[in-house]
Design a protein around this ligand. Structure first.
Ligand code: OMP
Length: 228
């Protein structure tokens, strides 16, 4: 099986491996599955890494159906769900401005409501009546994204898309032919944009002999068990 890989996708995989964000080994996921690889976005932890990360998401977003024929984006606000999404949303929103001149609003939520000071669980740009792009790190089963979608619905905001770094391209249940990302796109009727997905990671491994046959084999086995 061959997969096409854009230069920005290869660069992103190289960059994630270099920062120690993408690792090979044995990892237990939120779903309970044991995976031969893990993507820990929390390890993008320097100014240069965050800057590059924001630019990678912005490139993927501007390369997607979230941009109309006139080059205008179809969202008003970037929403970063707590906790990891907060910094991701911020760097993506800043990169959309610095690289593409797009000045979207930015908002995030708290996990617990504050009852003093500014109060509430939402911070930043108002999202009510607005078109909102959700930015998060990884989708495995799609649980985290569905929570964000429900939260936005409850305040009268319209989710119009999801942007993530990595689509693990896994089926939620083994008798479901769709991946979690495909199921999210179907159920919410919005596009899910990822910088890279599992097939690109596999392709990258095939082209990089340094990682060895073992890793390649384990990832392949994992994909044939849980992937699409
Ligand atoms: P779902 O909510 O099942 O889609 O899982 C996504 C979440 O799992 C991410 O937001 C992370 O908290 C975590 N995760 C990773 O960060 N990286 C991975 O490679 C795999 C997972 C995971 O546990 O599935």
């Amino acid at each position: 099986r061959t997969t096409t890989m854009a230069p920005y996708q290869r660069e992103f995989l190289e960059f994630s491996l270099g920062e120690g964000v993408l690792k090979f080994g044995s990892f237990v996921l939120k779903s309970g599955r044991t995976s031969p690889y893990f993507f820990n976005a929390g390890l993008f932890s320097s100014g240069s890494a965050l800057h590059k990360l924001g630019r990678s998401y912005a490139s993927a977003i501007m390369d997607s159906e979230l941009v109309d024929e006139d080059g205008k984006v179809k969202f008003d606000v970037v929403f970063g769900p707590a906790y990891k999404g907060i910094s991701l949303g911020a760097v993506v929103c800043a990169a959309l401005y610095s690289d593409f001149g797009i000045d979207a609003g930015f908002a995030y939520n708290r996990k617990e409501a504050k009852n003093h000071g500014e109060g509430g669980i939402l911070v930043g740009s108002s999202m009510t009546g607005k078109r909102v792009l959700i930015v998060d790190d990884v989708i495995t089963a799609g649980t985290a994204i569905r929570e964000s979608y429900d939260l936005l619905g409850s305040i009268g905001a319209t989710p119009v898309g999801v942007a993530i770094a990595l689509d693990r391209a896994e089926r939620v249940s083994l008798d479901d032919p769709l991946s979690a990302v495909q199921a999210v796109a179907r159920d919410m009727a919005i596009p899910v944009i990822s910088i890279v997905a599992l097939p690109q990671l596999q392709e990258y491994l095939r082209l990089s002999p340094g990682y060895g046959e073992d890793v390649l084999k384990q990832v392949k086995e994992y994909r044939s068990k849980y992937g699409v």
